[in-house]
Design a protein around this ligand. Structure first.
Ligand code: PAF
Length: 282
C-alpha cells in the first residue's frame, strides 16, 4: 500500500487507475471501516482510503481536538485489508488556505435531524467529501465511493450532492456493522466507560421498539410514540436529541400511505458525554 499526503501525490499514485473505489474516513478505524474497504475492493481497479479529521464538520464545542488519532494502527489495518493507496492529507494539504468556498447542501435535507442539532455539520461534510472526490476521481470517467448506513443522513446528503453535481461516481451504501451485542460500531464508542458501554445498546433497543410500535400506528400517532420513546430513553439516563420515524426517501415525517419498507427510525442521544447515533429501516 502506498501512503500519500498531498493531492498531487495522490493523483500521481492513481495515474494508471481508471476506476478508483474510495472509502473516506476520519481514522481510528474499526471493523465497520474495514468492511467498507472490503466492499469497495472489487468495485474498482484501485482501492483508495482517506484518513482526515475534518475540522469543518465539528462545532466549536465538539470533539475535534480529542477525536482519536491512531494513524500507525490505521495504516496497518488498511494495508492488511488490501487497500492500495492511503490518502492522509495534513490540514495544509486539504485546506492550504481558509476554505471559503463551501458545498451548501439542500436545507430541506441537511437542516433537520443531525443538521438541527449540529448546525453546519453537513456543509462541512459535503465540502470535504467534494474535495476528496475531486482529489481521487478528477480525470476518471467513473468511480465508486462506499459509505456506511450508520450515518444515514450523511449517506443521503452525499448521494444528492453527487446527483445534483452530476459527478461520475456511484455511491454504494454499506449496512451498519455491529458488535456482538448489536451496538453499531463507531469510533466514538471508545469514549464510553465500561459502565456506559454496558448500557449503550439501549439506543438501538429504543429504535427497535419505536419501529415496532410505529409499524402498527397511523402517521398522526407518530409524534406521541416518538415522545414516549424519548422519555423512556431519558428515564434510563440518556439525553436524547431525537428519536423519530421518517420516510427513507426524504427523511420527512410519513404521510398516509407511507408504510412498511419505506420508513426508517433514526435516533441520536448522549450517554454521559458521548453522543451516539443509530437507525433502523423497516
Ligand atoms: O463519516 C465520516 O467519517 C466523515 O463524516 C467523512 C465522510 C469521512 C467526512 O469527513
Amino acid at each position: 500500500m502506498q501512503t500519500v499526503h498531498s493531492i498531487a501525490e495522490l493523483r500521481h499514485a492513481l495515474r494508471h487507475t481508471t476506476r478508483p473505489a474510495f472509502v473516506a474516513t476520519m481514522g481510528n478505524l474499526h471493523a465497520g471501516h474495514l468492511a467498507l474497504v472490503a466492499q469497495a475492493k472489487p468495485l474498482g481497479d484501485a482501492t483508495v482510503a482517506s484518513i482526515f479529521v475534518n475540522r469543518l464538520q465539528f462545532l466549536p464545542h465538539e470533539d475535534f481536538d480529542s477525536y482519536p488519532r491512531t494513524f500507525e494502527a490505521d495504516r496497518d489495518k488498511l494495508e492488511a485489508a488490501g487497500c492500495d493507496v492511503l490518502f492522509a492529507p495534513r490540514e495544509r494539504d486539504l485546506y492550504p488556505e481558509p476554505q471559503t468556498f463551501k458545498v451548501q447542501p439542500d436545507p430541506a435535507l441537511a437542516d433537520l435531524l443531525e443538521g438541527e442539532f449540529r448546525p453546519g455539520f453537513f456543509t462541512g461534510v459535503a465540502t470535504v467529501v467534494m474535495k476528496l472526490f475531486m482529489a481521487v476521481f478528477a480525470g476518471k470517467a467513473q468511480g465508486t465511493a462506499v459509505f456506511g448506513k450508520k450515518d444515514y443522513q450523511q449517506l443521503m446528503v452525499i448521494r444528492r450532492m453527487v446527483q445534483q453535481f452530476a459527478l461520475p461516481i456511484d455511491i454504494a451504501g454499506h449496512e451498519t456493522e455491529r458488535a456482538d451485542d448489536g451496538l453499531a460500531l463507531s469510533s466514538r464508542n471508545g469514549y464510553l466507560s465500561t459502565e456506559e458501554r454496558s448500557h449503550a445498546l439501549q439506543l438501538a433497543q429504543a429504535l427497535q421498539a419505536l419501529a415496532r410500535d410505529a409499524a402498527a400506528a397511523s402517521p398522526a400517532q407518530l409524534p406521541t410514540l416518538e415522545s414516549a420513546a424519548m422519555q423512556a430513553l431519558a428515564a434510563l439516563g440518556w439525553q436524547p436529541d431525537y428519536l423519530t420515524v421518517r420516510r427513507r426517501a426524504d427523511l420527512l415525517p410519513p404521510q398516509a400511505g407511507d408504510g412498511a419498507g419505506q420508513l426508517v427510525a433514526l435516533g441520536a442521544a448522549r450517554l454521559g458525554s458521548t453522543r451516539l447515533i443509530d437507525n433502523l429501516e423497516f
